[in-house]
Design a protein around this ligand. Structure first.
Ligand code: AHR
Length: 512
């Protein structure tokens, strides 16, 4: 069989929301401190304590939105501890992540400053698990109210006269486990209540995001869609790409999953063979069925697709790097992560009628990070380069396409070998991103572009290497990065692309 894509250049399905390329910053390990924020007194070049090299790198990939402060941390975070003079901010124990002391020197003002410098939208996740309705309601008032009130007086006292613009607001995180161990039925009432008091002030309209399910927990989506979806704008699914889940799941008679800590290994991020490559590819492609099934449930209650499915935590999850704090979830990043991320992004793009935001976990130094830091050094991971290659899809039109692919077989199981996105930007340029997940064999892909006339390939890039675990290190930061790609032939309305094994390819196609 051959790999084929048939594209209709004039038929757009929908827009690929730029927020699909969003990120996630949690007070976890070295994501905030030692990552984004080094403090004003640091010798590392910074502005207001924010690392300049990181700002520049994230601006380059056009980071559209940043979620903060967690994750599990969000449901333990008390925002009032993170405002005012830094020397008088109380400390807390970050019980979820390593039991370290959090000094709250990075809080609301610092987060908005960061988003402003990055040129991205802030997405704030409120505390439902251990916070009160009043606390959440006052946070929204503090951030967005323009009149005279106790919270605006406090904000002004802390040096911020004008309210900020805040659109994306999450009402809790993983409230089925670290966010309060709630049943879907209970959370659906709780989210309605918290939602109600997180007010819209003036013309600042919140886009309310309910904590969604984990993986295949379809009961959660069903209940929330039935009882609460009229009050929120999006539901936030979490799906991590991993083999060997340490969480043990029990299905109750009421249809709710319960979660307990388990044992076991998630495998090494860097030291692996083809079985672990295959396992991660299989887990990556599972995203497609998970998103499809949650979307189908949402279609029952919301055929107009008003409510978005957002995936505000996703990415690979391995055992942490040997010698690092297990509570910090620091992992290296290889070509395998790049191929996995590129495939996941293709899946999200192809579901962008319902999926309107995703946030990879977590931007810096945690899980599938796009940037790693060590002192003043910074490494752009292979996953970063995928975001760079894929940024052309942001707000582009997803074109109608159909695909036939060969299989990649390992240990008697077969996966789809090639996946792709085809979009058209505002200038009429067609962008194709293709992934060949097979670590052993190349893939020839024939792409027929109908109704586009004669065309040429304006730019081709490829991300690949000989070894599956090729990575960038602090000593050799540029081992794996996109290279010029010209292994294709254009013939009339068809371009035939010769993809290397384990590769990500992008092509910009312009009409002549
Ligand atoms: O990303 C790490 C953790 O994974 C997040 O804090 C939590 O939401 C999820 O379980």
């Amino acid at each position: 069989m051959a790999n084929q894509i048939i594209v209709n250049a004039q038929k757009s399905k929908n827009k690929i929301d730029k927020n699909i390329y969003g990120h996630f910053a949690e007070h976890l390990g070295r994501c905030i401190y030692d990552g984004f924020y080094v403090g004003e007194d640091s010798k590392i070049p910074n502005v207001n304590g924010l690392r300049l090299d990181i700002i520049e790198a994230l601006r380059k990939i056009r980071i559209p939105v940043l979620r903060w402060p967690g994750g599990c941390f969000a449901d333990e975070y008390h925002w009032k501890d993170g405002i005012g003079p830094k020397e008088s901010r109380p400390s807390m124990i970050n019980t979820h992540w390593g039991g370290v002391v959090e000094d709250n020197s990075f809080g609301t003002h610092e987060f908005f400053d960061l988003c402003e410098k990055l040129g991205c939208e802030p997405y704030i996740c409120g505390n439902v698990g251990s916070g009160t309705v009043q606390e959440m309601s006052e946070w929204v008032e503090y951030m967005t109210f323009d009149g005279k009130s106790p919270m605006t007086d406090l904000r002004k006292k802390n040096g911020r006269e004008e309210p900020w613009r805040l659109k994306y607001f999450g009402v809790g995180n993983e409230n089925w486990n670290c966010g309060g161990r709630m049943r879907a039925e209970y959370y659906s009432d709780v989210v309605n209540r918290y939602n109600l008091y997180a007010r819209d002030y003036g013309d600042n309209t919140l886009y309310r995001i309910a904590a969604g399910p984990r993986n295949e927990n379809y009961h959660w989506t069903e209940i929330l869609m039935e009882y609460s979806s009229m009050y929120f704008d999006a539901i936030a699914l979490h799906y991590y790409t991993r083999v060997g889940d340490k969480i043990r799941t029990f299905l109750g008679r009421d249809g709710n999953e319960r979660y307990l800590r388990g044992e076991g290994s998630r495998g090494s991020a860097t030291d692996f063979q083809e079985d672990a490559w295959f396992g991660i590819m299989k887990a990556t492609l599972r995203t497609d069925s998970i998103v499809s099934k949650h979307s189908a449930i949402m279609d029952k209650y919301d055929p107009e697709k008003r409510v978005a499915l957002i995936v505000d935590e996703w990415g690979t999850w391995f055992d942490c790097e040997p010698g690092t704090n297990p509570g910090f979830l620091y992992q290296q990043n290889t070509l395998r992560d790049a191929v996995s991320a590129a495939s996941s992004l293709n899946i999200f793009n192809n579901h962008s009628d319902r999926v309107r935001m995703t946030n990879i976990a977590q931007t810096i130094n945690v899980l599938q990070a796009v940037i790693l830091t060590e002192g003043d050094k910074m490494v752009l991971t292979p996953t970063y380069h995928v975001y760079d290659m894929y940024k052309v899809h942001q707000d582009a039109d997803l074109l109608e396409s159909a695909m036939i692919t060969d299989g990649y077989t390992y240990g008697g199981e077969t996966l789809n070998k090639v996946n792709a996105t085809v979009s058209k930007d505002a200038e009429g340029v067609i962008h194709m991103t293709l992934v060949n997940i097979d670590p052993n064999e190349g893939a020839d892909v024939t792409c027929h572009i109908a109704d586009f006339g004669a065309f040429h390939v304006d730019e081709g890039l490829v991300l690949t290497a000989d070894a599956m675990n090729t990575m960038n290190t602090f000593e050799h930061p540029d081992t794996l990065k996109p290279a010029a790609f010209s292994s294709y032939e254009v013939n009339g309305e068809t371009v035939t692309i010769h993809m290397p094994s384990k590769s990500v390819v992008s092509l910009a196609v312009k009409s002549k």
